[in-house]
Write a protein that binds this ligand. Structure first.
Ligand SMILES: [Zn+2]
Length: 134
């Protein structure tokens, strides 16, 4: 079943897909490579748009859109913003990227649905955060 096909059967979905307060944890092994693969699977073909020019990029990996902003719009960025975008461009998963993922995951039902369809997360309790293994 694809993510799109699942829109037709919302009654079969677990409630946590639409309840942002449910704490979820990744089902993968607790190592960087496994977490990276899981985040790729959850993000799928999600896209985002540059808030300056509207350029469309894949949401994940985040270095694609972050590098676009950092390089194409460098003249518009403060030093702090350049540093923040540089963190999003680092090849190893870091805290900034993890936080970005968490925010997007909380906002996008499509990502939670994909995580469910691909068995990438499981509910832990009812709080307002996602637990990523460290
Ligand atoms: Zn742009």
């Amino acid at each position: 079943m694809t993510v799109t096909e699942s829109f037709a059967k919302p009654q079969e979905e677990p409630e946590w897909i639409r309840r942002q307060s449910t704490v979820l944890e990744l089902t993968c092994d607790n190592d960087a490579a496994a977490i990276g693969r899981s985040l790729y699977a959850i993000c799928g073909t999600e896209t985002t748009y540059c808030e300056i020019c509207g350029h469309e990029s894949l949401l994940w990996p985040c270095y694609e859109w972050a590098d676009h902003i950092r390089t194409v719009h460098a003249d518009f960025l403060t030093l702090e913003a350049k540093d923040n975008y540089s963190q999003m461009c680092e090849p190893e998963l870091n805290q900034a990227q993890t936080m970005f993922f968490w925010i997007q995951f909380a906002m996008r039902v499509s990502m939670r649905r994909r995580a469910w369809l691909f068995d990438q997360v499981r509910p832990v309790a009812s709080e307002s955060r996602v637990h990523l293994p460290s």
